[in-house]
Design a protein around this ligand. Structure first.
Ligand SMILES: Cc1ncc(C[n+]2csc(CCOP(=O)(O)OP(=O)(O)O)c2C)c(N)n1
Ligand SMILES: [Mg+2]
Length: 581
């Protein structure tokens, strides 16, 4: 029988939430980082249903705070490149992810954020109607506005019949370059609607691909190669090219061939620091003298208030995101801009340059390489000098602490650097041979490093994840939630708190704007936090190993003990009392 009535009786029939979980699985989403509420009753029920039937669906990681959930998805995407699901409770849970959405958006990390919406029926008309107080107060006019500045796409699921189509659309957009967060909202009445299996279509990855970055227009490539051919003082500045290992290699190859000094400014994903052309993190002195500059995958190459380019200089901007559409102002030069995969574009440039290279160019490049070698030695000498002073009891020198850590970390360990005013010590003192082994948030929302480290650990259990934060950043990260997830899901990370007794960045900012102001005269910067906190107890409450140190002499042994614990399977929290602000 082929009538629709016959089909309805003969084909199985499931709730939308059942297909929703199936759709996530078909997208290849491995995990749902969840913080549940009343909006999720249909999903929770179908999770049990699918498990009972032996049907596949993403694994659930329950996070006591949404900040952990969203940043875990970020950490997972940082390692795998694949966005995961984050499921939170209506407007309030969404609001709790806003800080993370800011960070993920600015870091170009994909994530599929999902939340319920208050039920739209109140008189028991449909399964899932309003049945509790909060359903009447959790419906703002514009729920998505809570995170809209950080989204590439948003929608409210209008009917279960399109649930898989909507998920595929969300997935394609978050995975397309430049990647970032998308947001899907759903009501209970939609999630409980029943549909037969032949009414729900599949949307395969083969047919619905995401957009990736490609190479550049050969004319623009040739124009830049011509400029490099006659450059006297070329520089290359990057911030996040290290997210792709091949981009790190392409930068190194081009720089070595053409004698280009490489800087990482406001780095978020490091390139290899072993490159013979890598000279450090501060391009300020080099920029005014550069005649040809290359900005490669970078958000903030320098601060224009401190640094001006030479008026005759030529700048090429090569980026997966040349337009920076999320920024009302973006003020860096580009006589020529090429949007795409920076690794591929740099390979094109190198190929063109090799074909054009003259003996004069080769001699000039070789001379530049000698100068770069000297700059490199200077940088390493300066770092060693800074680390030589160990500090004193109660005031461990952060450079010394990080240098000792650098001695014992292997090349594959990943550092989540939320050191704020001590972030420079992390960058300078810990050698990083491999790309993407130091991560900083592309955004400015503190409290990301713990969740990111956990998510990364989930994606790469064999690698060591090191979270480094200031004392202020540690509070922002909802550490009780971080250590709870670490314990429950057996995700050991090494957390280091560099405690300088408060918000040094706030103090320094006040001094920068008002070097001789009232705040300085009164020595009151509104930055001091509680002085006698035993941060280790936060970790210990969740079975982590905790150690507090204030004497520099204790540093090497304390680091060794913490690493032993992490390798043994539980998180370690090292609270270091460093030079006070
Ligand atoms: C969510 C959030 N709130 C506030 C700030 C503003 N802020 C920037 S740095 C900073 C101080 C951070 O203190 P800490 O982590 O101890 O680092 P320190 O400045 O002492 O090096 C604050 C409060 C922020 N960036 N993010
Ligand atoms: Mg501090």
């Amino acid at each position: 029988m082929e009538t629709s009535a016959a089909r309805k009786t003969n084909t199985p029939d499931f709730a939308t939430a059942y297909y929703f979980l199936e759709g996530l699985n078909e997208l290849g989403i491995d995990y749902l980082f969840c913080n549940f509420g009343t909006d999720h009753a249909p999903i929770i029920n179908e999770m049990a249903h699918r498990r009972k039937r032996g049907d596949a669906m993403p694994d659930v990681v329950r996070c006591p705070h949404e900040n952990t959930a969203a940043h875990m998805a970020g950490g997972y995407a940082f390692i795998t490149g694949r966005g995961q699901g984050v499921l939170v409770h209506v407007d309030v849970g969404t609001a709790n992810t806003a800080n993370a959405m800011h960070n993920l958006y600015r870091s170009r990390l994909p994530v599929l954020l999902m939340a319920g919406k208050a039920p739209y029926t109140a008189n028991d008309e449909l399964v899932g109607s309003r049945d509790t107080y909060v359903h009447f107060v959790q419906e703002p006019f514009d729920q998505a506005s809570l995170v809209r500045p950080y989204l590439k796409w948003e929608w409210t699921l209008p009917s279960g019949v399109v649930v898989k189509e909507a998920l595929r659309r969300a997935f394609s957009i978050m995975q397309s370059e430049p990647r970032g967060p998308v947001y899907l909202m759903m009501q209970r009445e939609t999630l409980t609607q029943h549909w037969s299996t032949d009414e729900i279509r599949r949307y395969s990855a083969d047919q619905f691909a995401a957009t990736s970055g490609g190479g550049a227009d050969p004319k623009l490539v040739a124009a830049l190669a011509d400029k490099l051919l006659t450059a006297d003082n070329p520089v290359l500045i990057t911030g996040y090219a290290g997210r792709n290992a091949h981009a790190s290699e392409a930068i190194d190859a081009l720089a070595q061939f053409a004698g280009i000094a490489i800087y990482e400014a406001n780095m978020t994903n490091n390139i290899s620091h072993a490159s013979p052309c890598f000279v450090g993190f501060a391009p300020d002195k080099a920029v005014p003298n550069a005649d040809v500059g290359m900005l490669v995958d970078v958000d903030v190459p320098w601060f224009p208030s401190d640094v001006q380019t030479h008026e005759k200089s030529f700048w090429a901007h090569i980026d997966i995101d040349t337009l920076k559409p999320g920024s009302p102002m973006w003020t860096f030069p580009g006589n020529l801009r090429m949007q795409g995969d920076s690794g591929r574009i740099l390979e094109q440039i190198l190929e063109d340059l090799k074909a054009k290279a003259t003996p004069r160019f080769k001699a000039a490049a070789a001379a530049r390489l000698e100068r770069i070698k000297a700059l490199r030695s200077e940088r390493l000498e300066r770092a060693a000098k800074l680390a030589a002073d160990k500090g004193k009891p109660g005031a461990i020198n952060p450079h010394y602490l990080m240098a000792e850590l650098g001695k014992v970390l292997d090349d594959d360990a990943i550092i989540f650097n939320e050191g704020v005013t001590n972030a420079g010590a992390v960058l300078m003192q810990i050698p990083r041979k491999k790309p993407n082994t130091t991560m900083r948030s592309g955004g400015g929302g503190l409290g990301w490093s713990g969740g990111m480290a956990l998510g990364a650990k989930l994606a790469a259990p064999e690698r060591l994840m090191v979270q480094i934060s200031g004392d202020g950043g540690f509070y922002f990260g909802n550490p009780s939630s971080v250590f709870a997830v670490s314990q429950q899901y057996k995700l050991p990370i090494f957390s280091i708190v560099m405690d300088n007794t408060g918000w040094n960045a706030v103090k320094q900012s006040t001094l920068r704007v008002f070097p001789e102001g009232e705040a300085k005269a009164a020595s009151e910067f509104e930055s001091q936090l509680a002085p006698k906190v035993a941060f280790t107890k936060v970790g210990e409450a969740f079975g982590a190993y905790g150690e507090e140190i204030s004497d520099p002499a204790e540093v090497p042994a304390a680091i060794a003990r913490c690493l032993k614990e992490v390798r043994g399977g539980r998180s370690a929290l090292l609270h270091a009392r460093v030079t006070r602000m």
